[in-house]
Design a protein around this ligand. Structure first.
Ligand code: NAD
Ligand code: WQD
Length: 338
């Protein structure tokens, strides 16, 4: 039997493909390279097996899914494929609703029709919006503040409804802030254009592609005034998916369950820049600038439920995240483009 990984050439999907392979699972990858490149598939194959199955195609194309389910013995799916840029989603909302909801609906329909029962879905801490209480537990109120966020909120609801109506078991994994890279330095995050996210931006400053980091706000009600997030190593996150698939055979069978994947540790922007400087071995230029509209002050996960139901917890600290992200960026200053 095999696991289908949608968005398998992307940042988190590629690391999860490697973790699934290491856990002894057979993997089939699907991606349309909308936000990734064939070089990522080569890198996955170099770390796993040269004949790992990769299908280039769009998840919204039902014939692609039918073909995969008919030709491979798929019994479980990890669904990463989505557009993910919050700001862009405000500008082109229909692209986001069309792709992210179209993919989830198409996939769920094909799974039900082909009798595939186990699904792990990439959700996000964005569904907590401005959290009332931190650390955030899974029963906190959910909603959204961008079209991207709504696609995650709505996908969760769609999957809850399908799970109740059909024989589909689902884990909704709410990721906090994934950073870092595979320790080999051959697989990592390769954003298009100027990065929106903090750590890719910091690393591009470190490698000389950008001038300095703008720290969005120095007057928040946090220990050093900059925003606080729960950064999690992408390999810890990948291992969380293996644990979630295992749990679908055990404690989470017959349900649709939301689980946080975070470390439970909040780090400020200035702490991240300092940890990155230590990893790089040189200061990273930054300047405190205005707050970014829509940003939240601080959020981090309560990871207790993940430990309870998945038997999983993160093991890699911020220094390791920065070491590995830098190792990837240093070896690949222009990402998969060379
Ligand atoms: P990514 O863009 O690197 O990977 C997504 C992959 O899906 C890309 O390779 C893209 O080409 C592919 N894809 C998109 N639409 C597709 C379609 N219709 N058919 C086939 N392939 C398609 O993003 P990522 O950071 O790896 O994120 C993976 C998932 O995790 C996404 O669902 C994202 O919303 C979610 N998530 C990401 C973060 C984060 O900060 N990276 C945080 C929380 C949740
Ligand atoms: C982190 C911190 C910024 C860039 C986003 C999505 C969320 C989820 C995770 C997908 C904040 C600060 C950033 C910069 C800065 N993704 N920052 N200078 O905003 O927590 O969440 O990614 O589901 O939905 O919104 O991540 O990396 O953009 O920001 O000071 O150049 O770094 O203000 O405090 P964020 P981020």
């Amino acid at each position: 039997m095999a696991v289908l990984v949608t968005g398998g050439a992307g940042y988190i999907g590629s690391h999860t493909a490697v973790a699934l392979h290491e856990a002894g699972r057979k993997v089939v990858l699907l991606d349309n390279f909308d936000n990734s490149s064939p070089a990522a598939v080569d890198a996955i194959r170099a770390l796993t097996t040269s004949d790992m199955t990769f299908v280039e195609g769009d998840l919204r194309d039902r014939s692609v899914l039918d073909h995969i389910f008919e030709t491979h013995d798929i019994d479980e799916v990890v669904h990463f494929a989505a557009h993910k840029a919050v700001g862009e989603s405000v500008t082109i909302p229909l692209d986001y609703y069309g792709n992210n909801l179209g993919s989830t609906i198409g996939l769920a329909g094909a799974m039900v029709e082909h009798g595939v029962r186990k699904l792990v879905f990439s959700s996000s801490c964005t569904v907590y919006g401005q959290p009332g209480t931190i650390p955030v537990t899974e029963d906190a109120p959910t909603g959204a503040e961008s079209p991207y966020g709504w696609t995650k909120f709505m996908s969760e609801q769609i999957l809850r409804d399908v799970a109740a109506a059909a024989d589909l078991d689902v884990v909704l994994l709410r990721y906090f802030n994934p950073v870092g890279a595979h320790e080999s330095g051959t697989l990592g995050e390769d954003p298009n254009g100027i990065p929106n996210n903090l750590v890719p931006y910091v690393m591009q400053v470190a490698v000389g592609r950008l001038e300095e980091v703008g720290v969005f706000g120095g007057d928040y009600n946090t220990p050093d005034g900059s925003g606080v997030r729960d950064y999690i190593h992408v390999v810890d996150l990948a291992e969380g998916h293996v644990a979630a698939l295992d749990a679908l055979d055990g404690s989470l069978q017959g349900a649709c369950t939301a689980v946080n994947l975070g470390t439970g540790v909040g780090s400020s922007v200035l702490e991240v820049i300092s940890a990155a400087s230590d990893a790089v071995g040189a200061p990273i230029a930054y300047e405190i600038v205005d707050r970014r509209p829509g940003d939240i002050e601080q959020i981090y996960a309560d990871p207790a439920y993940a430990k309870e139901v998945l038997g999983w917890e993160s093991t890699r600290d911020l220094a390791t995240m920065m070491r590995d992200h830098w190792n990837w960026q240093r070896q690949n200053p222009n990402g998969f483009g060379g």
